[in-house]
Design a protein around this ligand. Sequence first.
Ligand code: RIB
Ligand code: CA
Length: 317
Amino acid sequence: MTIRLIIDCDTGSDDAVAIMAAALHPELDLIAVTTVNGNVPLANTTENSLRVLDHIGSSVPVFAGAPRPLVRPDFPIPRAVLNGDDPEFQQLYLDFPPAVSTVQGTNAVQFLIDTYSDDANLDVVLVAVGPLTNVAAALAAAPQLASRIPRLVIMGGSIGWGNVTPAAEFNFWVDPEAAEAVLSSGIREITILPLDATHDAPISLADCDRLDQIGTPGARGTSALIRHRIGHYPDAPDAAKLTAPVHDALCVAYLLHPEVVTEMLTCPVHVETTGERTLGAMLVDTRPWSVEQANARVAKRADAQIFVQFLADAFSP
Ligand code: RIB
Ligand code: CA
């Protein structure tokens, strides 16, 4: 049974791998990509998404969404300041030829509302791997979507340390109000893959060699993107251990292979929207006596071998 999905993303390198895997895997049907401000500005996340789809010869439509967070005028810390020490980690333009295809005329938020307002689309899984601004805006304009989106898989948050601050992961930190609004919206099946899971299933240089041997445009493009990521992660003690998490693609792997997540929590989950030091933090309530209803499942551990095999399957001819 083919799984139909939409990817809402802020294309950067790991979003790009998620898009290619979803567009190419025979058991997945990527019906659209919606873009949001995040890793890079909206114009760049949109151009990068178009470039990646052109690279694999895909006609999946791209819809551009929010250029800034839901409530705040910008990131809590401006991007230039945030990325000051490694501006090239998330490249403004991914290393693919300039896009030939063009963005759709409909705004991504309106596209999400229109799509889930149509009863023919009540099977379409929403995979959100950037700041949740588009998803929150669609839910604010059309609250009934909460009962119509069948499954939401989110890359975001962290149970342990964050990657922007000790407390917060990037996607939730960029737009904490949007993240909290989505988690509190009542969508009936939310699964979050936080940094704890994505860092537990890193991709290695040897895995990139395996992808290069597959040799297809998706495999080679993915290998190059991951090698770039590995080059920007803290050096491991030796080359054999050089790896990088590919956060967003793990969410797509999870759709087809839920066993890629080897430990999962089910509990109340919220996002801090006011903390001076904890802004954007994901709060996972694992207290046995908690009286609040669980609103999400949260992956704690993941299996890199299952993840890499999924990528190899997606990119094999
Ligand atoms: O913190 C990692 C997440 O932030 C990933 O989705 C990455 O692409 C960025 O959006
Ligand atoms: Ca992303």
